[in-house]
Structure formats: structure tokens, C-alpha cells
Design a protein around this ligand. Structure first.
Ligand code: DMJ
Length: 525
């Protein structure tokens, strides 16, 4: 399935962003940066194709240029381009690429990701810190740009931007993402909900439907995954407060409806295909019972149509006018992957089989796979979105490969020692991976290793500075990032205990495995 789509893209559409699977040619959609190739790069490695990964990584370095006069979506460029390049950078060693000294804290793909992300920064220069939705990659934000951005377009940056900041040592990216999140948090209604579109200058809610689907979805996803990846209590407590309001006002019989954000009255009793990520996200928090029930609701819709229509009217049990399509989205398969890992229940493998057979039957064309325009009569659209290769096929593959290194905890992924370049030895890939909302895996261990390296370097600089100033005995103040973390000395004092992290997994701590010269190190020192 992957190679049929991928080879068709390469043969007929590259260097355009996307393949048009009915006319067998290409088109630019979200920019002009060979988007499908960037989005599909890490899937090549997931499937074990190291040579093609290496070939494509070097093609991208030679051909992609972000210095272009193109209006691009800040959100889509971040999740697909920045996320895709970061992920490829972090997987470069597994792909057998030659690494430059300093990897994973430096490298050509990381520089490309940083270059792309810098082009997005002008969008965040607003009075509130919430970004515009569109930016011109060459000229910045147009003076006529609308100040109305969807909620997900404000709150879906922390994973990529914190990764960039912690790998490169430049706090700018993480700081702007956090500022946007904090402003958004302050705009919630008295009953604890957020709407769909906000004026990022005045902070007025322009569209006041509150729900978990289109326009909002990945905001909630990034609060949870950001909390896990960065061990960040602030993000987790934001999500927990939202989750209480969502359960209270929008959940009915384990469906999630749309309600007016101030009153909590139902505005649209529909289920959207994009909402199907929610059971998977809930499983990350351990809320399995309701996740399983919600998944069953969504799976019943899949069985009814052989795919998920964009909108489904819950009272009518049918599709909604003009929203009958299925653009080969990943979300239900993504949830199946998480729930299969959490429960071992073969229902989730069955969903995988159903999805595979359906897509093969309905969407396959001689030149790729086409979005389904209407699930009722299987009419097709001349479009294959890049997330089909980045997400849908990746999650399907990972669903059927429960010991894949990306799941963490397997023989390959757990406990492997890898060179950390100048950062010294790092345990990479040992703590599992966090998928960004475009299914690009990020390695929290690399963030930690490079962050630690940066802190160590800063401490050393401070010490040298103090020593070079005769008579000055005072200790330099600890470095404080906007996120609140500060540098620590390496060893624990006798009798001192580390506060357990807010979020942790039941794995053997490093301290049980590692001791150097009789000194025991904990997993975050
Ligand atoms: C992808 O680009 C991402 O998953 C995003 O969060 C939602 N839309 C598509 C997939 O449906």
C-alpha cells in the first residue's frame, strides 16, 4: 500500500506537494516544498527502508528551499514540515546516516526544521502572542491578514517548538509556543470551554462552538502530549480542567457533541471524523473504560459506511449534507493502535483489517489512493493528502507490529546506548516516542540529553566567568527558562531524594541499572 502510493508520487508528482491520483500528476497545496516527500520520510524508516530514507534525506537537503514567496498555513507547515524534519533528524542514526559531531543536538535536517520554523515566527509577533493562521515565508504576515485563527492553530506548537528549542539551545521557539498557550488558556469561558475560532488581536471568540473535533482537536492533544514529553504539570492541569468541562457538557452516551462555549447548550449533535483521535488520547491518560466505549461508537460508524464520513449526525444515524467524504484520515486507526497496546483486545486489529480492505477496495487507483468524495456511492476526489503516507499507513503498520521500536519498551528500543556526540553518552530511544499530530515520532530522551548538554555548558561558562573575575566568590544565578526548569547539579546530596515526576511509566528506573564509580545517578540527573 505504501509503495504503491509513494512510488506513484515520486514518478508522477514530485517535486509538487501532492499527488493527484486520478489525473496522475502533481499539485502544490500547502506550500511548495515537496510536502509529501517530507511527510513520508520517517514512514520509510518505520517500514525499515534505510537506503531510501538516506536517499530522500539528501534529496531534500539539496532541493527544498523555504526562502519562497508563498503564503503558508502556520499550523500545517509546523505539523507536517517542521515535525517531519525533526522526526527524520532524530531517526537519522537508526537510518544509518552519517552523523555530524554534536548529533542529536545538531545536524542538517535539524537545521532545515529550524529554518522552516523561523519562517513561522513572524506570525507570533502579535499583541497577545497568539499566532496568525497564515504567513508569507519570504515577507512575513501580510498587513491584510485576517486576525481570526482556529483554536488548534493557536495551540498546536509546543511539541515541535520545545523540541527545536531543547535540541538547538535557542529558547525562542518554546517561549512563543508557551505564550500562545497561556493566552489561549485565559480566554476559556466561565464554564471552562473554548470555542472554535478566536480573534488573536482582541481575544474575542468569533466561532463559539465547543467540541473536540475540527478546529480544536490537536490543541487538547498537545496539552496531553506536551505534558508527557516535557513532564510539565502546567500543561497537564490545563488539560484536566478542560477534560472536566468536556465530560460535563459535551459527552452524551460516550459520544461527544458540540455545545455553545458559554452556555453549554447543544449546538451540533454530530460526530466528526477528526474526533476519532480522542479515545487514543484518553488511553494515554489511563481513562480506558470511556475510551473503549467511545471507540465502539466510532467503529460502528466505520462499519456502517466502510470509512468515517467527515460529519455524522448522531440523532439521524447518517451522514451530513456535503460532508459525506473520507479523505483517508488516520484518526480511528491511530486510536486503534493505542487501544490495542493498552488492552490487547483483537477488536482493534479487526478495525485495522477493515480499514485496510476498505481503502484497497474503495480508494485505490492505478496511480495511488484517492480521497473518497462520498462514502455512499464511492465517488473519488483527485487528491491524496500527504497525511495518508505520514499517518494513515504508519499507524496501520504500527497497529500490526506491537514490538516496533517506536512503541518503546521493546528489545531494540529499550536501553540501547547510543553516542550523544558532544553531549556525551545519551540513552536515546529508550523512553518511547511521542507522536506529533501528523504522526511524526519525537524522542523525549534527545530533548533531555541536548537540554542537559546546554545546561552543563552554561554552568561551565558561568563558573569560568566567575573564576575570571578576581575577588568575585558569588555563585552565578541558576539559568531559568520561561518554562520554569532550571539547571541542577549533577549528583544528589547524601540522603536527598528526587521528587517523583508527575507523569511516569512503570519501567525500571535508570538508577537501578546504572552506577558509575559507586555514584548512583537518577534518570534525570
Ligand atoms: C492531519 O494533518 C493531522 O492529523 C491533523 O491534526 C488533523 N488533520 C490531518 C489528518 O486528518
Amino acid at each position: 500500500m505504501f509503495y504503491h502510493a509513494y512510488n506513484s508520487y515520486l514518478d508522477n508528482a514530485f517535486p509538487y506537494d501532492e499527488l493527484r491520483p486520478l489525473t496522475c500528476d502533481g499539485q502544490d497545496t500547502w506550500g511548495s516544498f515537496s510536502l509529501t516527500l517530507i511527510d513520508a520520510l520517517d514512514t520509510l524508516l518505520v517500514l525499515g527502508n534505510r537506503t531510501e530514507f538516506q536517499r530522500v534525506a539528501s534529496i531534500l537537503q539539496d532541493t527544498v528551499d523555504f526562502d519562497i514567496d508563498v503564503n503558508a498555513s502556520v499550523f500545517e507547515t509546523n505539523i507536517r514540515v517542521v515535525g517531519g524534519l525533526l522526526s527524520a533528524h532524530l531517526l537519522a542514526q537508526r537510518a544509518g546516516m552519517e552523523l555530524e559531531p554534536g548529533w542529536p543536538c545538531s545536524g542538517p535536517l535539524l537545521r532545515m526544521a529550524e529554518d522552516a520554523a523561523r519562517k513561522l515566527l513572524p506570525a507570533f509577533e502579535t499583541p497577545t502572542g497568539m499566532p496568525y493562521g497564515t504567513v508569507n515565508l519570504l515577507r512575513g504576515v501580510s498587513p491584510t491578514e485576517t486576525p481570526v485563527t482556529c483554536t488548534a492553530g493557536v495551540g498546536t506548537f509546543i511539541l515541535e517548538f520545545a523540541t527545536l528549542s531543547r535540541l538547538t539551545g535557542d529558547p525562542t521557539f518554546e517561549n512563543v509556543a508557551r505564550r500562545a498557550l497561556r493566552t489561549l488558556w485565559k480566554t476559556r469561558s466561565d464554564i471552562g470551554l473554548v470555542g472554535n475560532h478566536i480573534d488573536i488581536v482582541s481575544t474575542k471568540w468569533v466561532a463559539q462552538d465547543a467540541g473536540i473535533g475540527a478546529g480544536v482537536d490537536s490543541y487538547f492533544e498537545y496539552l496531553v502530549k506536551g505534558a508527557v514529553m516535557l513532564q510539565d504539570e502546567e500543561l497537564l492541569s490545563m488539560f484536566q480542567a478542560y477534560d472536566r468541562a468536556i465530560q460535563n457538557y459535551t459527552r452524551f452516551d460516550d459520544w461527544y457533541l458540540w455545545v455553545q462555549m458559554h452556555k453549554g447548550t447543544v449546538s451540533m449533535p454530530i460526530f466528526q471524523s477528526l474526533e476519532a483521535f480522542w479515545p487514543g488520547l484518553q488511553s494515554l491518560l489511563g481513562n480506558l473504560d470511556s475510551a473503549v466505549r467511545t471507540f465502539q461508537n466510532y467503529y460502528s460508524v466505520w462499519r456502517q459506511f466502510g470509512g468515517l464520513p467527515e460529519f455524522y449526525s448522531i440523532p439521524q444515524g447518517y451522514t451530513v449534507d456535503k460532508r459525506e467524504g473520507y479523505p483517508l484520515r488516520p484518526e480511528l486507526i491511530e486510536s486503534a493502535m493505542y487501544l490495542f497496546r493498552a488492552t490487547g483486545d483483537h477488536t482493534y486489529l479487526q478495525l485495522g483489517v477493515d480499514a485496510l480492505e476498505s481503502i484497497e477496495k474503495i480508494a485505490k487507483t492505478p496511480c495511488g489512493y484517492a480521497s473518497v468524495k462520498d462514502l455512499r456511492d464511492h465517488q473519488l476526489d483527485n487528491r491524496m493528502e500527504s497525511f495518508f503516507l505520514a499517518e494513515t499507513i504508519k499507524y496501520l503498520y504500527l497497529l500490526f507490529d506491537p514490538t516496533h521500536f517506536l512503541h518503546g519498551g521493546g528489545t531494540e528500543g529499550d536501553g540501547s546506548w547510543e553516542e550523544g556526540g558532544e553531549a556525551g553518552e545519551c540513552v536515546l530511544g529508550a523512553g518511547g516516542f511521542i507522536f506529533n499530530t501528523e504522526a511524526h515520532p519525537l524522542d523525549p530522551a534527545a530533548l533531555y540529553c541536548c537540554g542537559q548538554h546546554d545546561q552543563d555548558r552554561q554552568e561551565l561558562q558561568d563558573i569560568l566567568l566567575t573564576l575570571s573575575q578576581p575577588g568575585s566568590q558569588s555563585k552565578p544565578p541558576p539559568k531559568q527558562t520561561e518554562g520554569g526548569s532550571q539547571s541542577e547539579s549533577i549528583a544528589l546530596k547524601p540522603g536527598e531524594k528526587k521528587t517523583p515526576p508527575l507523569l511516569s511509566c512503570p519501567v525500571q528506573p535508570f538508577s537501578a541499572r546504572l552506577s558509575i564509580l559507586g555514584q548512583v545517578f537518577t534518570d534525570d540527573t
